[in-house]
Design a protein around this ligand. Sequence first.
Ligand code: TYD
Ligand code: MG
Length: 455
Amino acid sequence: MGIKTKVKTTFFCQSCGTQYSKWQGQCTACKEWNTIVEEVIQKAEKSDWEIPTSKVKRVSKPLKINDIDASKEARLNTLDNEFNRVLGGGIVPGTVILLGGEPGIGKSTLMLQISLKLPYKTLYVSGEESQKQIKMRAERIHPNSENCYILTETKTQNIFKQIEALKPDIVIIDSIQTLHSDYIESSSGSISQIKECAAELIKFAKETATPVILIGHITKDGNIAGPKILEHMVDTVLQFEGDRNHVFRILRAQKNRFGSTNELGIYEMQGTGLREVTNPSEILISKKDEELSGNAIAATLEGMRPLLIEVQALVSTAVYGTPQRSATGFNAKRLNMLLAVLEKRAGFRLGAKDVFLNITGGITVDDPAIDLAVVAAILSSNEDVALQKDYCFAAEVGLSGEIRPVQRIEHRIHEAEKLGFSTIFVSKYNKISLKNTTIKIQLISKIEDLVNFIV
Ligand code: TYD
Ligand code: MG
């Protein structure tokens, strides 16, 4: 070891993490320019390196698939129903979970809150805030916890030393971008550091069956900063999203080796941390006594969960030459398409009107079943007639003005019924085999049918 060897370097694209042996101007993988940076990757010899594993190591040997007992993988219950749901029923021992989200969205709050509630010995490692700051935040959320330990440290070797002493049942790292390992020389947050630190933690998780949760920041374009590679290395990738100016936050699984990716958790940011929202439809719909024009309720699905949301439209005569179209929470191109369909198929002259569309609650919807509610809201605002407030809508609108069926219609109908709506408008072509419903299911086949109901 005494002989000084040549410093080993390699080139990484800082945007997507692709590795190159020499520098080039453009990354071949993600097509970004000037993102390739040389990083020193090796400092110490790694041969004598081993993760301190205080628990008994699992020794692998081949087993017949029929002899493998899957029921042994009992999941750790986090006592947070939304989090459990997204993971598929709790944390599987030895899994590595990556929690991504934009800065300030509430990742640290969510993980601290879960740590405080967990009935297991939890080590929360923070490289971003001091122990005092975390304590202050913890006091707002959940003041009493016997099992939660806070460590402020960024060097993985030191973290492993503490883990060896404490023997936690679960480890949380806030955030992976602040960690650094002695075995790599480049700075924290660089691709090679993130990769190395994650690899060490993954090795630890797998060898000791201790779950590890990594918090990762996200870049503007929605990638977990730098390391796309991390997504391949970990078992589960969770995304925490929402509009920072609104109180709702959505937790969804982008990848899950131990559960479905269709589940979704909803939280509300409060002064005392994040509250689990068990019945999201109730809070997403504003309760008004009077009926206002331009409002329509859509029965959408977020993942597997039916969700009733409110669509608001404002149609007014364009003051300036070119009419404005703007959509919040809804695809603007799709709005233009729906306006063209209304113009062509139902004879509404919207060409010279400003049209504004807003999905309330700050959430973004890409479920096509919202189309009919959008059209209804626009018609209602254009004609200045309010829709009955116990109407709701679930159907896609096609280019020729036909009302198209949507998936899982029965779920949507049930949810609307549960929330006390009197009528739901759906496509005539949806196969519905529901019996004994109290809600009226209004079947329509073209946009004119809807116009007849509204105008
Ligand atoms: P934070 O968890 O620090 O975000 P991240 O780790 O994703 O960067 O959360 C930041 C925001 O959450 C901050 O703007 C304040 C707000 N917040 C509340 O509204 N209520 C609370 O109880 C807490 C702890 C934070
Ligand atoms: Mg944070």
